[in-house]
Design a protein around this ligand. Structure first.
Ligand SMILES: Cc1cc2nc3c(=O)[nH]c(=O)nc-3n(C[C@H](O)[C@H](O)[C@H](O)COP(=O)(O)OP(=O)(O)OC[C@H]3O[C@@H](n4cnc5c(N)ncnc54)[C@H](O)[C@@H]3O)c2cc1C
Length: 404
């Protein structure tokens, strides 16, 4: 286990207080409206950009935090405000992670600032891996990238599905198969720059939760990008392919490398939802009277709250450990990143359900936020690797056996 301290320094605390104020004062009051509208909450993103919270500088500062804890903690605060709006604001960081995981320093410097734009000229990014027949099993991507040597151009064709910010993003990071017979190791990531002809939005999905976050198909039809858009560059890709052909062990696929990096942040969002529901249920239990007493005085209710708080704190510790290890460059030898995402996602679903139970009828109606938190929580056992896939990763890591 990595060495890490839970003591936050004054700089971190100051950032978190600022983000919390935004989550409490701007995000939380808008949550119900944008959940009902099921649209990208542009005014909230604009406000976040105006104060500098949606910006390249802010994310760069968070990423520069040597403890690695700041960005996940920011994720928790934002999702505490509202997970759908948090994803609308933080979803671009998935595209950023895709670029950082695979790109050269020059590509990172060129493209990452463009994932945010400026206040008054906001840009969004998307990370496009999943396809109708390749969700958990990313080795089966059908989207193809073919190189034309003469013009040093790549042509992308295929359809991506379930993409956060898909089709409304300015920068799409697309994972495509170059050498299909090599599976995931024959795949590469490409930046598709803004307004590239041939990229369009397909179906926009109506969802159970996180409804302020845009999720849609991305259709790629003869999309042409220059050779410089291959993340990591041609030489590194050719080297990886050569190693794969020789049967040598190589680094994990480009999609997997990205998900490894983003899991603690996604886990933190789940913890934020759980914390929101727990706090609300605790206050409610102190106020609500039944049979002449506040319901908090019943062990059946108080013990639920004790369990809720215990699991939330445990989930936070797991994501802090994973974030700390990732930043220190320590390998996840027991699948620690997956543990954090698995436990936080399932905790959020469980805690929000308990919160509904504590609120009784009020928990089940839209006049109260708790049912929304439950709907929002469910995605955290599905995207960025389902709970089953996280268990596979952990089980393989701890056993050394290629469990199916
Ligand atoms: C709201 C939303 C936003 C998303 N955003 C993005 C995004 O921005 N970019 C992106 O690329 N993708 C995104 N996704 C896609 C998401 O990552 C996939 O839905 C997820 O990986 C699961 O893939 P699938 O839906 O194809 O399920 P499947 O892979 O078909 O899985 C179906 C079921 O089978 C189980 N299963 C599959 N294989 C195994 C196995 N080997 N062992 C045990 N159980 C198994 C799964 O756990 C699951 O329970 C998003 C999805 C949603 C719903």
């Amino acid at each position: 286990m990595g060495d890490f301290s839970m003591e936050l320094n004054e700089d971190q605390l100051q950032v978190l207080r600022w983000v919390h104020d935004f989550a409490e004062g701007v995000v939380r009051p808008a949550a119900h409206e944008w959940d009902e509208r099921e649209e990208t909450p542009w005014p909230i993103i604009e406000e976040a950009a105006r104060i500098g919270l949606y910006s390249f500088d802010f994310v760069a500062n968070c990423l520069a935090d040597p403890t690695g804890l700041l960005l996940p903690l920011v994720n928790e605060e934002m999702a505490w405000g509202d997970a759908g709006i948090a994803l609308a604001i933080l979803g671009s960081t998935l595209g950023v992670a895709g670029i950082v995981a695979a790109g050269t320093p020059e590509q990172v410097a060129e493209w990452v600032p463009q994932c945010f734009g400026e206040a008054g000229d906001i840009r969004l990014a998307a990370f496009c891996v999943s396809e109708a027949d390749a969700g958990s099993d990313v080795s089966r991507l059908k989207t193809r990238a073919v190189r034309d040597d003469a013009s040093d151009t790549w042509t992308l064709n295929g359809t991506k599905t379930w993409i956060t910010n898909g089709g409304i993003a300015d920068i799409h990071v697309v994972v495509a198969s170059v050498e299909p017979e090599l599976g995931a190791r024959g795949q590469a990531s490409f930046v598709v720059p803004p307004n590239t002809p041939g990229l369009s939005m397909g179906q926009k999905f109506k969802k159970m939760g996180i409804r302020a976050s845009h999720t849609a198909e991305v259709v790629l039809q003869d999309v042409k990008v220059p050779g410089t858009c291959l993340l990591g560059g041609e030489d590194r890709f050719d080297e990886r392919v050569a190693r794969a052909r020789e049967g040598k062990h190589g680094k994990s696929s480009t999609a997997m490398a990205t998900f490894e990096a983003t899991r603690p942040g996604v886990a933190a969002q789940a913890v934020g939802i759980a914390r929101a529901a727990y706090e609300y249920a605790l206050d409610y239990a102190k106020e609500r009277r039944a049979f002449g007493r506040p319901i908090i005085e019943r062990q059946a209710i108080a013990f639920k709250l004790a369990d809720m708080r215990t699991r939330i704190d445990a989930a936070r510790l797991l994501y802090m450990r994973a974030a700390s290890m990732a930043t220190a460059g320590k390998p996840f030898t027991a699948g620690e990143g997956s543990m954090s995402k698995l436990f936080a996602g399932e905790t959020a679903v469980w805690v929000t359900e308990q919160a509904i139970q504590i609120l009784g009828g009020c928990g089940y109606v839209r006049d109260y936020p708790v049912e929304r938190w439950h709907r929002d929580s469910k995605i955290y056992t599905i995207f960025e690797g389902t709970s089953e896939i996280q268990r596979l990763v952990i089980a393989r890591a701890i056993s050394g056996v290629h469990i199916q």
